[in-house]
Design a protein around this ligand. Structure first.
Ligand SMILES: Nc1ncnc2c1ncn2[C@@H]1O[C@H](COP(=O)(O)OP(=O)(O)OP(=O)(O)O)[C@@H](O)[C@H]1O
Ligand SMILES: [Mg+2]
Length: 458
């Protein structure tokens, strides 16, 4: 796998610097050399994507104090002179990545630098960006993602939360529809009132009416006591209606009436009860199509959809995968009080190549499984994903022929480089040695969009 390896090398001996620069250059590591640590320091910002290689003993600022001055997520490799091992061990305790003792084989240093670069890449890809768009901090902390699509979603939420409009949230399973509905509620003036969620598909048709609108005692067999419906329970707050595509035509008429009148009548009663409720509904189906096919009432559709928010499937914003995975890994490490496992570059590629039919929910479960299995096995993320997919019906390319697998690898490589170079097409053309036309064709074929990688933090 070809990566963008880069290193800042510091040594007060110009001859050493020059020969190191040549070696690393031959090994495809981009090098910048400095005779004095103080000169290098301004370049080693927290978002520096490479590693630092430094001599320990130097006039001015020595390797140890340099180590203390830079972000400890940046790998620092120390080169120690003869007899400097004790000091190097001290440096490791301070967070140095590794040390190499003189005299050393250049191959060994190259190997160490490359390993550190890969680790650096994983760290950057999975950690939250230093700063995001000047968005609501509540939203950025909750609805994770750098992709253009997710930024749009966050903007839509903050704009729509304050308006009292009914909203439809559209998206495949696990894309975050309920999360969006909750966020809309939490950012609205209704936030101190109830948020009530109900899955319309999970309730038998004959109970739906009583569940939503309530009933009086004795209004039907089994109705022993008066019961408030969900609309009443959500008064002044937000009602989340999940899977609305599953409502029967008859029920759609009843719901439409309630939404028009903004009052409910309990079963067995004639007294309308006014309800002040904002309805956010969710669906996996394109309701516009359902409405034009006559499977969903058009008038209800327009009632529910004063505005809509569409959530993209995870595979269409692969650039968000490392960040989300890192987030869930950290979260479940905290919850289970376990150390956060290290991810390898290969793990990241495996995550990006997977097609995530269960979207963010599947990703979250994978992160949790990865964390829990780490304590007793060495299974890589790739192995976990293969385990998960073998007992599930995969998409049409069932038998994983050689060509399918090659395509997956190709897609992963391009996606990884796009992530790494933040969507810089020229840089990707260079590292993959592809003409622009070919790269464009391949990106189209694999549905990789440059915009999705521009914001990525790697
Ligand atoms: N952008 C995101 N950032 C962080 N967590 C997310 C994001 N999107 C989804 N999640 C998490 O993924 C899981 C699934 O989300 P949610 O339940 O909202 O999906 P859904 O679209 O309602 O799924 P379903 O259609 O299956 O009901 C939740 O744990 C949610 O918190
Ligand atoms: Mg849901």
């Amino acid at each position: 796998m070809q990566l963008n390896y880069q290193a800042i090398v510091i040594d007060d001996d110009p001859a050493v610097l020059e020969s190191l620069a040549q070696w690393l250059d031959l090994a495809d590591i981009r090098v910048r050399t400095f005779p004095d640590a103080r000169e290098a320091l301004p370049l080693i910002t927290p978002d520096f994507a490479g590693v630092v290689v430094t001599d320990i003993r130097m006039p001015g600022m020595d390797g140890m104090s340099l180590l203390k001055h830079i972000d400890n997520a940046i790998p620092v490799i120390l080169i120690t002179g003869h007899g400097g091992v004790a000091q190097a061990v001290e440096a490791m305790k301070l967070g140095a990545y590794d040390f190499v003792e003189k005299p050393y084989k250049p191959e060994r240093l190259v190997e160490t630098i490359k390993r550190a670069c890969r680790q650096r890449q994983v760290t950057l890809a999975t950690s939250p960006a230093q700063q995001d768009d000047a968005d609501d901090s509540l939203l950025t902390g909750r609805i994770i993602g750098h992709s253009a699509q997710i930024q749009t979603v966050r903007r839509q939420i903050s704009a729509l939360a304050r308006v009292n409009a009914d909203i439809i949230v559209l998206g495949e399973t696990g894309t975050g529809k309920e999360l969006v509905a909750r966020s809309l509620h939490d950012l609205s003036i209704r936030r101190d009132h109830p948020f009530v969620a109900i899955n319309v598909a999970a309730i038998p048709e004959n109970l739906l009416e009583s569940e939503l609108f309530g009933h009086e005692a004795g209004s039907f067999t089994g109705a022993h006591k008066m019961r408030q419906g969900i609309f009443e329970a959500a008064h002044n707050g937000t009602l989340f209606l999940d899977e609305i595509e599953s409502m029967s035509m008859e029920f759609q008429i009843k719901l439409l009436r309630v939404l028009q009148e903004r009052e409910v009548v309990r079963i067995g009663s004639r007294t309308p009860i006014p309800v002040n409720v904002r309805v956010i509904s969710a669906t996996k189906e394109n309701l516009r199509d359902a409405a034009s096919d006559g499977r969903f009432r058009e008038d209800l559709y327009y009632r529910l959809m004063v505005a809509d928010i569409e959530l993209p499937p995870l595979r269409e914003r692969a650039g968000d995968i490392p960040l989300l995975f890192g987030h869930f890994l950290r979260e479940s490490a905290r919850n289970h009080d376990l150390p956060e496992p290290e991810l390898s570059y290969e793990d990241l590629v495996a995550l990006e190549v997977h097609d995530w039919p269960g979207n963010v929910r599947e990703l979250r479960h994978t992160a949790e499984r990865h964390l829990l299995t780490q304590s007793f096995s060495e299974a890589s993320v790739q192995e976990l994903l293969q385990l998960g997919s073998s007992n599930r019906d995969r998409h049409s390319n069932g038998e994983h022929s050689l060509s399918v697998r090659l395509q997956q690898v190709e897609k992963a490589l391009i996606s990884a480089e796009l992530t790494h170079h933040k969507g810089d097409i020229k840089a990707v053309m260079e590292v993959l040695d592809l003409p622009r036309r070919t790269l464009n064709q391949k990106m189209q074929k694999y549905e990789l969009k440059r915009e999705d990688f521009i914001q990525s933090s790697v």
